[in-house]
Structures are given as C-alpha cells and as structure tokens.
Write a protein that binds this ligand. Structure first.
Ligand code: ATP
Length: 353
C-alpha cells in the first residue's frame, strides 16, 4: 500500500513521486514517503534496493530525476530546482560515523556550530543529552564504538536540524553492544524531539525501533505502516516473507472467512474465491494429542522459543513457533492445532509485490 501524497505543509518529510536513475539502473522509482514531525521512520529493504539513494536525495547530495521533496512544508528539491545540502537543516549520521580523527569530541561536536556566545552552551547541552560530558576532551580513537556513535549523533544534532538521517547506524557495532546502543539512540532522538529517518536492512532493528517502517524493494516502497501492522498485516506475499517466517497455503474465501486445509478460519479483510493465506508460525497453537491431525516432523530449538515443522493430515507442511519449553512436542508427536487470530489473504498465486 502506498499512501497518497498528503498535507506537505504539516509533514517534516514529504517525498512525492521520486525517481532517480544512475545510467540504466532505476535506483528509486515513484517513491512517496511522509514523516510527521517528531516521528522515527525506518526505511527497510535488502541491499541495493535504493535506501541510501532516498537518504541522499533527502539530504541534498543527489537531485531527483522526477518528483519533489519538501521538508517542513518547504520545497527543497524537484527536477528543476535543488536547495543545497547545507541549507536544508538536515543532520546526517553515516554508517562509519565519519568523525574527524584529529580533533577531540568537543571539537567534533562544535564543527557545525557558528562561533559566538551560544556555542559553548549548546555543546554542553548536547554532551549532556548524549551522556558524553566525561569524554569531552578525548580523541575519537580513544572511544568505544557506542561512544563514537553518540558523538556522530551529537555532531548531527548540535546545529538543531529539523530532520536527522541515519544510514545503517548500528551495523558497525558488535551484537552485544548493538541492542543497548539502539535503545540509547532512540532515547536521545526522542529527547531531542527531532524527526528521524534511518536506513536498515535488519527487520528486527526496524520493527523494534521505529514508529513506522517503510519496506523498500527494487527502488519502490511496497508498504509503509506501524511495525505491528506491517508484521501482522503485510500487504503482499513478498512483504510478509521479508519481515519474518510465514506459512502460505491455498484457500477459498467467503467474505470474512476462508475454507482451507486447516478448516474454517477468520480473515482480516473480505475476499471472495481462491486466495493464498499467510499464517505466522507463532499463530499456530499446538496441544499434544495422539488423535490430532498434525505430526511434528522436525524441531529447531532456540532457547527462548522453538520452531516446529509439522505435517498436517499427512500432506501439508506448516511451521509453528512455540515459546518456552518443548511441552512434549518432539518429532513424531501428534498434536491438535488451533489458529485463533484472523489471517491475511492475497489473490491466489500472487507472489508479486
Ligand atoms: P545497501 O544496503 O547495499 O547500501 P541500498 O539499498 O542503500 O543498498 P543504494 O545504495 O541506494 O541501495 O543503490 C541502489 C541501486 O543504485 C544499486 O543498484 C546501486 O548499485 C545503484 N547505485 C547507487 N549509487 C550509484 C552510483 N553513484 N552510480 C551508479 N549506480 C549507483
């Protein structure tokens, strides 16, 4: 689902029908994107889908071939006119932080600030916001990865931008640090009350951090929604698969219900005729029962949960995820299964975005 272009005057970021090609490569195609002030949007997609190009268009490092960009209601780019990057009030945090290696934390943050009486106060405010008062005199190479990340964010926030753009901001951090730094960055951005757009290829990162997630593939935005809605109600087979594990099976819809190999199930939306159903593995509830229609074929144990491969009525294959201990669901066990949430349906045999 692509949202229609809306009230550009009230939006912090409004991209309307953006196209950008590099020679024969259509990097960005008809991209519409709206971010309300103070919101945190993730642009999520696989490598090469055009995420960085969207960021660069908004920042002003690239000019669109078609379409327009407005920031806080002011047009900053069309194919004909382009406000230079330094006049857009956009802060940028790069993947590799791009800190100046020969100056200390203080001077990295001071970089974008005009000299004058307010400068020292602003540096102090920002250092406090990001919690780096104590390392103010250190050089970048004397900091941990998480601290460097915060200096990069502090430098971007210091000139009080209206919008912050972050390009894969957590990919340089090791796994143990990443979650803590993500939460910290989110807290800082909330406290700064700034609009932020970050690019990631990591589904978990997008779903856990952002207010809204835009899924991008092949240069296009396929769906932009809240994390919950995107995961629960993906608009296509492709989006569903990209966001996590999913079962797909055929069915015949009659309005708000569907007949399928698992019985009659409720649907999220009304459909008629042949459909393809999408059921998340965690929505398949299992109870060991020797007379049940499902047989556990295989079990992968992850500690916090387990993924079970089932054969139902001796024919269809289904994945089920269950939290906690195995509850007797070993390979060979038979079980009763229940799906008690409405399921998504797509036009039959449609694998297109
Ligand atoms: P990644 O996650 O790998 O950084 P991405 O989703 O950010 O990828 P982009 O960097 O926006 O994708 O690239 C989109 C497409 O445009 C790719 O096919 C890429 O090769 C191409 N592209 C990007 N920049 C240029 C350029 N300056 N010249 C030519 N092609 C480019």
């Amino acid at each position: 689902m692509i949202k229609p272009a809306a009230h550009t005057s009230t939006l912090a970021i409004a991209c309307d029908g953006l196209d950008k090609a590099y020679g024969p490569v259509a990097a960005v195609r008809a991209v519409n994107l709206q971010v309300e002030p103070g919101r945190f949007l993730a642009l999520l997609g696989p490598s090469g889908c055009g995420k960085t190009t969207v960021l660069r268009l908004i920042a002003g490092f690239e000019r669109p071939d078609r379409g327009s960009i407005a920031l806080n209601g002011k047009s900053v780019a069309t194919a004909e006119h382009c406000v230079p990057a330094e006049k857009r009030r956009v802060g940028m945090v790069f993947q590799e932080y791009a800190l100046f290696p020969h100056v200390n934390v203080n001077d990295n943050i001071a970089f974008g600030l005009k000299s004058g009486p307010g400068r020292e106060t602003r540096i102090r405010e920002i250092l406090e916001l990001v919690g780096l008062e104590e390392v103010r005199d250190r050089m970048p190479q004397e900091l941990s990865g998480g601290q460097q990340q915060r200096v990069a964010l502090a430098r971007a926030l210091a000139p009080n931008p209206s919008v912050i753009l972050l390009d894969e901001p957590f990919s340089n951090l090791d796994a143990s640090l990443r979650n803590r730094v993500r939460q910290e960055i989110r807290r800082i951005l909330r406290a700064a009350d700034v609009t932020a757009l970050f690019v990631t290829h990591d589904q978990e990162e997008a779903l856990s951090l952002a207010d809204e997630v835009a899924v991008m593939m092949d240069g296009q935005i396929l769906q932009c929604d809240s994390p919950e809605r995107l995961y629960r109600r993906p608009s296509s087979h492709r989006v569903a698969t990209f966001l996590g594990d999913a079962n797909f099976l055929p069915g015949t819809a009659h309005g708000q219900t569907v007949e399928c190999a698992l019985g009659t199930l409720p649907l999220h939306d009304r459909h008629e005729g042949p459909v393809e159903l999408m059921i998340r593995p965690e929505d398949v509830l299992l109870e060991p029962n020797p007379d049940g229609p499902a047989e556990v074929v295989d079990r992968t144990y992850f500690g916090h949960d387990q993924l079970l491969r089932l054969r139902v009525n001796g024919e269809i294959e289904l994945k089920a995820r269950s939290v906690g201990c195995c509850r007797g669901l070993h390979p060979g066990t038979r079980a009763q299964l229940k799906i008690d949430l409405p399921v998504m349906a797509y036009p039959a045999k449609s694998n297109a975005g």
